[in-house]
Design a binder for this molecule. Structure first.
Ligand code: GTP
Ligand code: MG
Length: 430
């Protein structure tokens, strides 16, 4: 519970098991006692801890209460608090208060949600660093450099009567370019940051019966998909998450792609095509037991984006001769041979997209990516205008735009709408 009447409510409903009631609410001291309703009837034995204004998560007066976990107990205790005049918190409202009271900036508030949602080693580590402030610090440093530049431009506007040398303005091109370069570096981290935050999507594709569902089950370590010698077993697609060396990977098993097939199979295939378009990596699977695989491989994969394609061969145990260079990795879902190499190749592909993860300065949010791009666009205009010298007031305007974009990341500038979007994704009680 947070807010100016927390202590009053605590005094009314909590009765510590101590002779000296005056220290019932010693800040940060966990106290055992009884929680009662307004008539004094005890509901549960609980512990509470009180945090005074200026020393709590939210920044305002706050207490936390730990009761027994049954639904009815919780409901009754909540009810006593609501009757005492409190109202239920909205999702993310505690963190929103922490932001509005200046305890944390907006980027760090967003990191709280990411930390809670993190379910792999990398997503945890990045959100941890963001929560500790490494990322916000980087944005603030960029902002300071922008503001310094802006001050120099504004000075040149003030003294324009006194004939400022064009060289003085042109000299500002260098720090401006450096800021743009650093913005672009940060923007580039999003290709990896998005994967860390949203996961890496792998679509298993290939002709019917190649063994896609077999590989799906193998990577999942679970018999999830039906596997059958009949071609056309998988109709709809199946989607599951796995943790691959700390990365969240969304693995999708699709219907085999071929020309023949009934209506239902065709519908599954058009879905598979859509999924392929949105994949980070397409694992094309060749059936090495099919004597004709070499002859149709080129035709099968010619519509795919090569940068997102990994051509692999399954059923190595049945392969006649060496598959050679046509497939990057050959393996057998039956014997397990080559599977480690396959996962290593996948992790290699993911790592290609990753920036340096140790610094914690990685853009993981689409919102931040948009703001940084906006800042970079303004800086590109600034650099062009610095070259032409003649309009210092326009240069100042665009520098201001770039600064404002950064301020929207840290929340120096915000709208109710943006806060609503950010905090509504939190759970209640955070
Ligand atoms: N010998 C051998 N058989 C395999 C291997 N991998 C899969 N199979 C068999 O190949 C058949 C087809 O496997 P599935 O995993 O259903 O193939 P699929 O690509 O999902 O097939 P569709 O869903 O019909 O497109 C099954 O009988 C599997 O047991 C392998 O590495 N070696
Ligand atoms: Mg299948």
């Amino acid at each position: 519970m947070a807010g100016p009447h927390s202590l009053t409510i605590l005094h009314t409903l909590f009765h510590p098991h101590a002779h000296n009631k005056s220290d019932a609410v010693t800040p940060f001291m966990l106290r055992l006692g009884q929680w009662s309703d307004a008539t004094g009837r005890a509901i549960d034995e609980v512990t509470v801890v009180y945090m005074p204004e200026g020393h709590s998560y939210t920044g305002v007066e706050q207490f936390e209460l730990f009761c027994h976990g049954g639904r009815q107990v919780v409901r009754m205790i909540l009810d006593t608090i609501l009757r005492a005049g409190a109202r239920a918190a909205e999702p993310g409202e505690f963190t929103r208060m922490a932001f509005l009271n200046g305890r944390i900036d907006l980027a760090r508030a967003e990191a709280v949600a990411d930390l809670i949602a993190a379910n792999t080693a990398h997503s945890y580590e990045i959100s941890r660093q963001q929560l500790l402030g490494a990322y916000s610090h980087e944005i603030e440093i960029l902002r300071e450099r922008l503001v310094t530049l802006l001050a120099e431009i504004e000075a040149s506007i003030d003294f324009v009567e006194e004939d400022i040398e064009p060289q003085t303005i042109q000299a500002l091109g260098k720090p401006a370019s450096e800021i743009l370069a650093d913005l672009e570096k940060l923007i580039a981290t999003y290709s990896g940051g998005r994967i860390i935050n949203e996961g890496y999507k792998i679509v298993l594709a290939g002709r019917p019966n190649a063994g896609k569902s077999s590989l799906f089950n193998l990577l999942l370590r679970q018999e999830r998909a039906l596997v059958n010698p009949t071609a056309g077993t998988t109709r709809d697609y199946l989607s599951e998450w796995i943790d691959l060396e700390g990365f969240a990977v969304n693995l999708i098993d699709t219907a085999g792609l071929r020309i023949e097939g009934d209506e239902l199979e065709k519908a599954g295939q058009s879905r598979a095509r859509e999924l392929i378009d949105s994949a980070d990596l397409i694992i094309w699977m060749v059936d090495l037991a099919d004597p004709g695989w070499r002859s149709h491989l080129d035709g099968d994969i010619d519509s795919f984006d090569l940068s997102r394609l990994l051509v692999t061969g399954n059923k190595l145990d049945l392969a006649v001769g060496d598959p050679g260079d046509s497939v990057t990795i050959a393996y057998s879902c039956k014997t397990g041979r080559g599977i480690d190499e396959l996962t290593a190749a996948i992790v290699g592909r993911i790592n290609e997209r990753m920036p340096d993860l140790t610094s914690g300065v990685v853009v993981t949010s689409a919102r931040h990516q948009q703001k940084l791009t906006k800042a970079a666009e303004s800086m590109a205009i600034v650099i062009e205008q610095l070259r032409q010298v003649d309009q210092p007031d326009l240069i100042a305007y665009n520098l201001g735009q770039a600064r404002d974009a950064l301020d929207e990341i840290t929340g120096r500038i915000y709208t109710e709408e943006v806060l609503g979007q950010i905090f509504s994704s939190f759970c209640v009680g955070k």
